[in-house]
Structures are given as C-alpha cells and as structure tokens.
Design a protein around this ligand. Structure first.
Ligand code: HEM
Length: 124
C-alpha cells in the first residue's frame, strides 16, 4: 500500500439535522435488529419452562442490561417516528427545508416523550 493522501469525503460535511437524523435512523434500525434478538431469546425462554425463564430473567436483571433495554426502547420510538417521517416523504410531502427541520425536531422530541411515557405507564 502506498501513502498517497485520500481525498476528503465525509469529513468535509458540516453535521446537519438532515444527515444526523438519517445516520441515526440507520444506526437505530441496525441496533433494533440486535435487541429484537434478545426479546426473541426471552420469549423462547418462556417456552423452555419455568426454570429457564427464571434463569434468563436473573441474567437480565442488572444495570448494564437495563441501560441496553432503555436505549433500545428509545431507539424503537426514534426509528418509529423518523420512519413515519420517511413514509410521509414517500407520499411526496414535506421536502422544503423548513418542513424537514420541523419534522426532524418533532421526531426527536416525540421519541423522548414516547420513551418517557412508555417507562411511566408500562415499566416503572
Ligand atoms: C424492531 C423493529 C425494526 C427494525 C429491526 C428495523 C430495521 C430497519 C433497518 C435496518 C433499516 C434500514 C436503515 C438503512 O439502511 O438506512 C430500516 C429502514 C426503515 N424503517 Fe425500520 N426497523 C424497525 C421498525 C420500524 C418501524 C416500526 C417503522 C415504522 C414507522 C420503520 C420504518 C422504516 C422505514 C420507512 C425505513 C426506510 C428508510 C429509508 O427509506 O431510508 N421501521 N429499518
């Protein structure tokens, strides 16, 4: 390999709401694919009987898994809200810069609000 310099690509762009939310949509989509596996294991542990289920619940009962699950909950709501935004665009609406910024910030705000409400009503 030679040491010729690479032309700059991603580094020349200033982060903007459009690009940052898009990157997070992809990251949360990939992250959800992983955390959904954990949920599937949990459901399978129910089918495998009481002792497996209790053992798996004990394994899940620690602060690292709690952080992972709460992050995944936020990722699900974020991906859901930005996903609806994508579907709105697919119908041909909301492409002007002002609408893109408003729908972007609204999606971020809704994702945190829905995470908080889910924790409040279904978890805590
Ligand atoms: C556990 C559930 C989900 C998983 C694992 C998942 C995963 C993914 C992944 C990996 C992508 C590709 C991202 C990329 O390459 O940029 C994606 C895209 C997408 N997801 Fe999801 N998703 C989930 C739930 C949802 C939900 C509930 C919605 C509904 C609002 C949604 C709407 C979308 C849309 C519209 C796209 C395409 C975005 C584009 O055109 O670039 N997803 N999803």
């Amino acid at each position: 390999m030679d040491d010729r310099p690479l032309s700059p690509h991603l580094t020349v762009y200033k982060p903007q709401i459009t690009s940052v939310l898009s990157i997070f949509h992809r990251i949360t989509g990939a992250g959800l694919a992983v955390s959904t596996t954990l949920v599937v294991f949990w459901i399978v542990s129910i089918a495998m009987g009481k002792s497996t289920f209790i053992g798996f619940n004990n394994f899940l009962d620690n602060s690292i898994v709690t952080i992972v699950l709460v992050s995944s909950l936020w990722a699900l709501w974020y991906h859901f809200c930005t996903g609806l935004r994508h579907l709105y665009w697919d119908m041909g609406y909301g492409y002007d810069l002002k609408s893109v910024a408003i729908s972007g910030w609204a999606a971020v705000a809704c994702s945190f609000l829905l995470t908080f409400l889910t924790l409040l009503f279904f978890v805590i």
